[in-house]
Design a protein around this ligand. Structure first.
Ligand code: HSE
Length: 304
């Protein structure tokens, strides 16, 4: 085989109380990475606005590490097509990293297991977030709902309920270059034990909701009293966006990943357009426009 193309979905991380632990792949936007055996160096090509130096690009960093680990001699041309908006809490860097790991695995017929693919894809997060976290990449690689444990890395995947529908509002604001690093910088270093207990209870209930395929239980447990309060000032109109969506019938609302997108968890029978309108209204009250999307969970990265 001379070349492989892989496509990976965007994702939402945290789902409220599951900071750095929960991820959910979303059938909304996809990144595509093509790897071609060519020349003697690693070259990145893209018509989208992404860094072209391999160590600054999430897909490039993954491929560099894999080349080193598997002692690949051939040069590689990497073509990246971005579909996931970058910097909005939709797992954009993770989608490229996941597609890169899956394409590389197929191109060199490595037969890597899920945890190993996630481990390599996670390295790509360093390029944009400054540190490795595996929630978005796990969702992008495996699809569905994921629970990440580290030391040692172990990802558990659960099929989401068929009637789970997400409404996402992506505000049109300019985000800092190292947005994830910035939004991790505002987080408390220590938390109150009683807050930890509440978040743990809700996180456990979310997991139970996915196992039981109970959308109401999932939605009503999207409650985070640690990370969301520390970050919400970075999102104009967040409180109005959230209360509006809840009044319009969303079961639970929180920041998507490190933000600034806001995600509503809803059932199939909800009025999704009404929820999107309410989120839009909340942003408009803070002089901010937004794009809204209605989507479902997605399967994971795949080779075309
Ligand atoms: N769990 C990470 C964070 C996700 O919230 O910082 C970043 O996309």
């Amino acid at each position: 085989m001379k070349s492989v193309i892989a496509r990976a979905p965007c994702s939402t991380a945290n789902l409220g109380p599951g900071f750095d632990v929960f991820g959910l792949a979303l059938d909304a936007y996809y990144d595509e990475v093509k790897i071609i055996k060519k020349g003697s160096k690693i070259i990145i090509e893209s018509s989208d606005s992404v860094p072209l130096e391999p160590e600054k690009n999430s897909a490039g960093l993954v491929i560099k590490e894999m080349v080193k680990e598997f002692k690949i001699k051939s040069g590689l041309l990497i073509k990246i097509k971005k579909g996931v908006p970058a910097g909005f809490g939709m797992g954009s860097s993770a989608a490229s990293a996941a597609a890169a790991a899956v394409a590389f695995n197929a191109l060199f017929d490595l037969g890597l297991d899920h945890n190993t693919l996630v481990k390599f894809a996670g390295i790509g997060e360093k390029a944009s977030a400054g540190s490795i976290h595996y929630d978005n990449v796990s969702a992008s690689v495996l699809g569905g709902f994921v629970i990440v444990r580290t030391d040692p890395l172990d990802v558990i995947r659960i099929d989401p309920p068929k009637d789970l529908v997400l409404c996402v509002a992506i505000p049109k604001i300019s985000v800092p270059k190292k947005k994830t690093e910035v939004s991790r910088g505002v987080l408390p270093k220590q938390v109150k034990l009683s807050d930890y207990v509440k978040n743990l209870a809700n996180a456990s209930a979310i997991t139970a909701g996915f196992i039981k395929k109970d959308v109401e239980l999932i939605g009503h447990s999207i409650k985070d009293i640690i990370v969301e309060p520390a970050r919400k000032h970075l999102i104009p109109g967040f409180d109005k966006v959230k209360s509006g969506a809840l009044e319009a019938g969303a079961l639970g609302v929180t920041i998507s990943g490190a933000g600034p997108s806001v995600i509503s968890f809803t059932s199939k029978s909800a009025d999704h357009k009404k929820i999107c309108k309410a989120m839009e209204k909340g942003f408009v009250a803070a002089d901010t426009k937004c794009t809204t999307i209605i989507c479902r969970p997605s399967k994971g990265a795949f080779v075309l």
